[in-house]
Design a binder for this molecule. Sequence first.
Ligand SMILES: [Zn+2]
Length: 228
Amino acid sequence: MKPHAHIASVVLAALLVSRAPAFAGEIYVAPGGSDAGPGTAAKPFATVERAQVAERAMRKANAGKPVTAAAIKQHLPPPPMQPKAAAPLPPPPAEVLDGTGWPVPTQLIPLWKRMDEVQEMLTILSRVKGALRSAQDQKDLLFAEVNYSSALSQLDQAWVDIKTAKPFAVCPACQGQVADRCTLCKGRGLLSEHRWNTCVTREDKEFRFKAKAARTGAGGPSPQETKN
Ligand SMILES: [Zn+2]
């Protein structure tokens, strides 16, 4: 050990003894040491300030207990952090595209996302239909008075009607921008698949398909394929 280090350690050991008579360990400080190290004779600290921090931590952790090297190491404050590379920015929110590949305007996205509510209702209707069919197949006595064909066809109709609540496309008449005055989308800015198929002109559909092809760099389905 260098003479300087020895002097420093003696000074510090005296300091520690005067502050904490019960303290049995030693903390070493030496020129050329490292404050990120353990402060042992082999790997001394570089500054007295760092040694004092370690001493305080050690005393706090070992009040009344004999000090072991492992305990000292364990209670030392962590070495100073290296500046981290800047965290990558989160990716921008993915664009929401409608059933024709057209971007849904931001103000319509909350409405667009509520299609799940409609889907839930449709799922319930399908379940009721399944239960009725099974009652019919098994000639379930409980349902003896039920007119199955009437009930099933009404359920089918309800399913078709409720499905029109499910948005499919941004309205090609108002583009969802001035929906309140739009008769095609009834002020919703969005159309159901049924309305898209039956009420949108061929020109409007072709415009969408061309736009989609331009966006994706590939041809989408032809307009004929989406017709009922
Ligand atoms: Zn519209």
